[in-house]
Design a protein around this ligand. Structure first.
Ligand SMILES: [Mg+2]
Length: 209
């Protein structure tokens, strides 16, 4: 098996939270008098680290002034968060094979832990790093702390920032087309692998030496 440890992004990779994220983003924009975005405009413009996105759409507004509005709108969104197809099965499969799993996510820690508990997924992860604004700043330390061999570790994510983070940490990157960034943006950012969804990644991993 090619990989013995996997770092996971959360949103867009293991769960689909695009509808409530878009709803909450539009609540923030509305509060500051900016027109709401449709789903495709949001996917085109949103990027991590997310302070860069907000600097684009709401220049000069401090992030702390947005967070309360975002959090409460997120929880009031008519559409909730769902576990992505194949995600739970993939995590179970990793657990059965002793593949060590970690979370590295930018998501607000309060929102993240609520979802982790509600979906009953906590037991699949050895350690969790949530609320990380720039994942590049943390990946090296995480690999070192847990003594993960870089040649048998990959970071799985749905955004260009995840691919940059993997490269920064010296590990392979696995892009999945189930989340925020369009496929053309993912492929333009040089992923080690690009899969439609986690079932395809698992099949590839099963066949890997
Ligand atoms: Mg993501």
């Amino acid at each position: 098996m090619k990989y013995r440890s996997l770092l996971w992004d959360w949103s867009g990779t293991l769960v689909d939270d695009l509808p409530p994220t878009l709803y909450a983003t539009n609540a923030v924009l509305e509060k500051f008098g900016v027109a709401p975005m449709g789903r495709e405009e949001f996917r085109r413009r949103f990027r991590l680290p997310y302070p860069e996105f907000y600097e684009d759409v709401l220049p000069g507004v401090p992030i702390v002034d947005l967070e309360d509005t975002f959090r409460s709108a997120f929880s009031e969104s008519p559409e909730g968060v769902t576990v992505l197809p194949h995600a739970r099965e993939m995590l179970e499969w990793c657990q059965e094979r002793g593949i060590r799993c970690f979370i590295l996510s930018s998501m607000d820690r309060g929102i993240f832990y609520k979802q982790l508990g509600e979906f009953g997924l906590a037991g699949y992860f050895e350690s969790i790093y949530a609320g990380v604004i720039d994942k590049r700043d943390r990946i090296g330390e995480i690999l070192d702390t847990h003594q993960l061999d870089r040649s048998t570790t990959a970071f799985i994510g749905d955004m260009a920032h995840d691919l940059h983070t993997a490269k920064h940490g010296g590990v392979d990157s696995v892009a999945v087309a189930t989340g925020y960034d369009p496929v053309d943006r993912l492929s333009a950012n040089d992923p080690t692998h690009l899969f439609d969804h986690l079932s395809d990644f698992r099949k590839w991993l099963e066949g890997s030496a």
